[in-house]
Design a protein around this ligand. Structure first.
Ligand SMILES: *Cc1c(COP(=O)(O)O)cnc(C)c1O
Length: 403
């Protein structure tokens, strides 16, 4: 059986965990935590990083920092993982769900402003598949209406928008190191604070509402309970694992990109050739990994059997995910079944949040057709460092399953 994901180990994880354990300090905010945070701050220019036990926790911290509460509105895409919404719901805010673009799952930045009301406080864009949302457009709306932007960058490590690292653009951002992401620690996440105003409070919320971090830096001579918060910081054991992954970030990324490119080359070869009269699937370029200068358009004649991902010219591809979309639910169901019969697991997601059991009665009733369509038609192919020659089997199975 070829799984959809397998956690990839660089080899140093257990050694660093051993060091953390033998070092005699295994609670949080120690040596490995600092190493990881410094790495991200230096490499990506994030103003302040705080490791957390998950991206869900990082989003909760972000929601607390934005100060939203009952009566406030937060705009998020409906096509996302539940945590993006959950964090703000727990603060009592109302979620206003935005639709995806027609040609990619990311939210449609040109339509966000229609959702802004005097109660709107936050926009939380999700960089789906690590592919950037149109951040200039989003930041412009935020500035005009005095809103905060929280990037859900759970999938977006080592990815860029017009040359700027994702997670460095919004006031706050959240990353995930869950084992299904590119860089992992089992469960794990990180809050990025780009806006100076939130740094001190972020550290306090991180450490159970106390100013313990300041105390350990010698900035105050005792510490106490000064604000709300929780125990958001991970143990050094988790940070040690993460450090082993970060040391190999470039190799992991190169391997994922190689696999991604192979899917791309193989699948674009299966699409019908574009004729003079054929409609083109968007005019944006689709950069190949390692060859960003080669523009590719996806040809489409009539109704293609599937559609390849769109990557806008302003976005890079961090090879978090390779997905296809089918013309309808039945064709996707058929594809997944055929792949499974060949011992290959492919998966779909997300069930739209606006029509979820928990939120449907609270949703304002607007239809979100693009979100519904991606929910019905998108499928993810196996992609992880370590897939190796098994990718040949996946490619062969895809060819057979598409007929
Ligand atoms: C994975 C993911 C999360 C949650 O991450 P955890 O670390 O599992 O809490 C949130 N948002 C998106 C878009 C994700 O893909």
């Amino acid at each position: 059986m070829i799984h959809f994901n397998r956690p990839y180990m660089t080899g140093k994880e257990t050694e660093y965990i051993r060091q953390a354990v033998l070092g005699g300090k295994i609670s949080g905010n120690g040596e490995f935590t600092h190493r990881c945070q410094d790495y991200f701050e230096k490499r990506y220019g994030f103003r302040k990083c705080l490791l957390t036990t998950s991206c869900t926790d990082a989003l909760e911290m972000a929601a607390i920092l934005t100060g939203v509460g009952p009566g406030d509105e937060v705009i998020i895409p409906s096509y996302t993982f539940v945590s993006t919404a959950l964090a703000f719901i727990r603060c009592g805010a109302t979620i206003v769900f935005a639709d995806s673009r027609a040609d990619e799952p990311n939210l449609d930045a040109t339509k966000i402003e229609l959702l802004v009301t005097p109660r709107t406080k936050v926009i939380a864009p999700v960089h789906y598949a690590g592919c950037a949302c149109d951040m200039d457009a989003i930041m412009e709306i935020a500035e005009k209406h005095n809103l905060l932007v929280v990037e859900d960058a759970a999938q977006a490590i080592d990815s860029y928008y017009n040359g700027r690292p994702l997670g460095s653009i919004g006031h706050l951002a959240a990353f995930s190191f869950h084992e299904t992401k590119n860089i992992i620690s089992g469960e794990g996440g990180m809050l990025v604070v780009n806006d100076e105003r939130f740094i001190r409070r972020a550290e306090i919320i991180w450490e159970k509402g106390t100013n313990r971090a300041e105390f350990f830096r010698g900035e105050v001579n005792k510490y106490g309970w000064v604000d709300t918060g929780s125990s958001f910081l991970p143990t050094e054991i988790v940070s040690a694992f993460l450090w082993a992954q970060l040391e190999h970030l470039d190799e992991i990324q190169a391997e994922r990109k190689r696999l991604w490119n192979r899917y791309w080359d193989f699948l674009s070869g299966l699409l019908p050739a574009a004729g003079e009269d054929a409609p083109r699937y968007g005019e944006d370029t689709v950069p190949r990994y390692g060859a960003d200068t080669v523009p590719r358009c996806v040809p489409a004649r009539g109704v293609p059997k599937f559609t390849l991902p769109r990557i806008p010219a302003y976005a890079t591809n961090n090879a978090h995910m390779f997905y296809l979309t089918f013309p309808d639910l039945a064709k996707r169901t058929d594809f997944i079944a055929k792949m499974k019969a060949r011992d290959i697991l492919t998966v779909f997601h997300y069930l739209p949040l606006h029509s979820s059991e928990f939120y449907k009665a609270k949703h304002d009733g607007r239809e979100l057709p693009n979100c519904d369509r991606f929910s019905d038609t998108l499928v993810r192919l196996p992609l992880y460092a370590g897939l190796g020659p098994d990718q040949d089997k996946v490619l062969a199975a895809i060819k057979e399953s598409l007929v």
